[in-house]
Design a protein around this ligand. Structure first.
Ligand code: NI
Length: 196
């Protein structure tokens, strides 16, 4: 069963591998990820946030399951252009309750593949641009907390520590194996690890 993992689950610092095959297993994982994302009221979810070490993410900027026409899947995404910069508030389903203004490029151009295997190129601004950058970062083990200004990081450290304690407690309860074992499973995926 897939579930959204919280910091510092090792999948969140894992460099995901490119998708080489768009198969039923991937499509099933995509559907499950949309459902998990809606349950958590999110607008984006990266595969490694459900401990799948592959380069894809799902997005629905409306966060509304009644608007499936707004669903997008980005496979092997690459940011090929960045333009200017601004501050914009971000949250992350792997850091529940932690929102912060973060400086990033304002506009981006992203090249990716969709679920049919077609190449897509999108130019994005505002929330869309943010989400694409945030989710693409995930796939390379990068997190928005890495971009917090030092003062903000200090202010939010207690909240981050709470999230961390939550994950460690679930590990203690046996819901997750040790960090080393999780990394072994990610290395060995798809032989081990969650299936949708
Ligand atoms: Ni996130």
């Amino acid at each position: 069963m897939l579930r959204i993992v919280q910091y510092p689950h090792p999948a969140l610092r894992y460099e995901s591998r490119p998708v080489t095959n768009i198969d039923d297993r991937l499509r099933t994982a995509v559907r499950a990820m949309f459902d998990l994302m809606y349950d958590a009221h999110g607008i984006g979810l990266a595969a490694n946030q459900v401990a799948i070490p592959l380069q894809f993410f799902v997005l629905n900027l409306t966060a509304d399951p009644e608007q499936p026409e707004a669903e997008q899947v980005f496979i092997n995404p690459e940011i090929i252009k960045r333009h200017s910069a601004d501050d914009y508030e971000e949250g992350c389903l792997s850091f529940p309750g932690i929102y912060a203004k973060i400086r990033r490029p304002r506009k981006v151009r992203v090249r990716a593949f969709d679920l049919s295997g077609n190449e897509v190129i999108v130019d994005a601004d505002e929330l869309y641009s943010r989400a694409l950058q945030h989710e693409t970062d995930h796939l390379h083990g990068k997190l928005y907390i890495d971009l917090f200004e030092p003062n903000l990081r200090t202010a939010l450290n207690p909240k981050i520590a709470e999230v961390e304690a939550g994950f460690r407690a679930s590990q203690e309860r046996g819901e997750f194996p040790s960090d080393d074992e999780i990394r072994r499973q990610l290395d060995a995926w798809p032989e081990f690890g969650p299936v949708a």
